[in-house]
Design a protein around this ligand. Structure first.
Ligand SMILES: [Zn+2]
Length: 517
């Protein structure tokens, strides 16, 4: 049953991923990154812990400790994608071992049905503290490990969050627990079983946007979740072989990759990962790899398609760190593609204006401006006092429809409409582009002179709103203009991003970020 549907599931996923590639989004879904040649670095994620239970019945050491010690003995660090507790997920009944329901029919239970107190941050705070002290990273895998929404093909018996508000409250609860246990704000999150869409039509991207998370995916499967072959020994080998083969085939093959591992049992209630991990690490070590946390990997190189020393990567990184959507949802920058007018608008949409639009659309009550700690990647300069300039309703986009205020629908379409309306308001009130110039269609490429005019209007609006002083705006405009060609041909995204970074996320101040959140 499960297997019969997998190919279809894969096709649907592949189709959705292709769509992702085309949407600029403040939330990037990270599967792997592009590293400079020879830079053999990879990351590992460990899902569903922390786990005090031993890897097999009768063992006396807990799984998470074994994993942490294995990592540390190789000088490695992991990203532990933790849960809060599954103890509230009753009444429930155990499912068939080896099936997707192995740990419960209605809910997941970790480390196993009826043993919920042996795992999760709520019951094992010492393990969380121990992980943080060992240099490992904790990320948000949801408190109760409930599906964000229905997934009828594979998990038709499973319960899901009633809607986005419940999912958000659950994520927030674990966010706080991680912060308390580790002393650090989590920056990454992965939905249980990668189910993205909530019952009321929102997505993991909306939730993660609100919380300031990057969507943590993976590119290489460590295999520790698969049902047993009937022999623990063979299960360990089945985990080690694919990784060994991959590196035999190409010793550079795992550079920049995120390797998925379990901090818990496989579908047969055992944890071969406890023995497979040291061997994975040994093989990687022999090939000269360093294994780091995902945040450190992203710090080395944020994007999937451009190496960090390329100018387009540096510009996109500055914009992203300041809260602007400079990369596609699939974490690519695509510097050679022409930048469209709508894309320029999305990248120029200030973080605060977007969060306000998101709040108005979702009706979520958690006030982001009170959560300054979550917002370290939001637009520090210039902060907009609020909403669209002028404070009125967003204007009708030139050549396009006004954004619909509906609750459901495509996040990408809403983001683009909102950005288009914002840009129209900026250029209409303060710049030449909306008035004297003929505005382009959203799908048309922008030229150097047009982008320069938009940047000027944007900076003018920031000055008139009191978010930026005039001299600083002038300096930024000059730097941006220097980055732009005078010709009217289509502008490659790399060039456009370089100019936008000069204008929106300048590199030249050592001053602390200025925020109005
Ligand atoms: Zn999980």
């Amino acid at each position: 049953m499960l297997d019969a549907f997998r190919p279809l599931g894969r096709r649907i996923k592949a189709w959705r991923r292709r769509g992702d590639a085309l949407v600029l989004d403040p939330v990037r879904r990270v599967t792997r990154v592009a590293l400079p040649p020879g830079d053999r670095v990879a990351a590992m994620t460990f899902d569903d812990g922390p786990t005090a239970a031993p890897p097999r019945a009768g063992g006396d050491q807990g799984l998470t400790m074994l994993l942490a010690e294995a990592l540390e003995s190789f000088g490695a660090a992991g990203t532990f994608n933790v849960i809060g507790s599954t103890a509230g997920n009753y009444p429930d009944r155990p499912g068939r071992p080896g099936s997707a329901y192995w740990n419960g029919l209605r809910y997941d239970h970790y480390p196993a049905f009826g043993r919920d107190r042996e795992a999760g941050l709520e019951h094992q705070p010492d393990l969380a503290r121990r992980l943080a002290a060992g240099g490992h990273e904790l990320s948000n895998h949801s408190y109760r490990h409930l599906l964000f929404g229905p997934k009828p093909l594979v998990y038709w018996r499973r319960a899901w969050f009633s809607g986005s508000a419940e999912a958000l409250a659950d994520l927030h609860r674990l966010h706080e627990a991680i912060r308390l246990a580790s002393g650090r704000e989590p920056a990454l999150a992965r939905p249980p079983h990668y189910v993205d869409v909530t019952r009321d039509g929102w997505t993991a991207y909306d939730l993660y946007d609100w919380l300031g998370y990057t969507y943590l995916a993976a590119s290489f499967d460590g295999g520790g979740w698969l049902p047993s072959t009937g022999s623990f020994r063979r299960d360990v080998e089945a985990m080690v072989e694919p990784l060994r083969r991959a590196l035999d085939h190409d010793p550079d093959g795992l550079r920049g990759q995120i390797i998925f591992q379990k901090d818990g049992y496989n579908m047969s209630g055992e944890a071969p990962v406890a023995e497979a991990l040291p061997r994975h690490l040994e093989v990687l070590h022999r090939c000269g790899y360093r294994v780091v946390t995902v945040s450190e990997l992203l710090d080395r190189s944020p994007f999937a398609d451009v190496e960090p020393d390329q100018p387009a990567a540096a510009a996109a990184r500055r914009l992203v760190e300041a809260g602007f959507a400079a990369a596609y949802r699939d974490n690519t920058v695509r510097p050679d593609r022409p930048m469209t007018a709508a894309e320029a608008a999305v990248t120029m949409l200030p973080r605060q204006a977007w969060l306000e639009a998101l709040a108005a659309r979702t009706g979520w009550t958690l006030p982001p401006r009170l959560q300054a700690g979550w917002m370290r990647r939001t637009a520090p300069a210039p902060g907009w006092p609020g909403g669209t300039p002028g404070g009125g309703a967003p204007g009708r986009a030139p050549g396009g429809a006004a954004p619909a205020p509906g609750r459901r629908g495509s996040r990408g379409a809403y983001l683009y409409a909102q950005a288009w309306a914002f840009l129209q308001a900026v250029t209409g009130t303060a710049g030449p582009a909306g008035g004297r110039r003929q505005a382009p269609q959203p799908a048309e490429p922008v030229s150097g002179p047009l982008l320069a005019a938009w940047i000027e209007a944007w900076l003018d609006a920031a000055v008139s709103q009191g978010a930026l002083d005039g001299a600083e705006a002038g300096r930024r405009l000059e730097s941006a203009r220097r980055a732009l060609p005078a010709g009217s041909g289509p502008l490659p995204r790399g060039t456009a991003l370089a100019a936008l970074a000069e204008a929106l996320a300048p590199d030249d101040t050592g001053a602390p970020a200025r925020t109005r959140l």
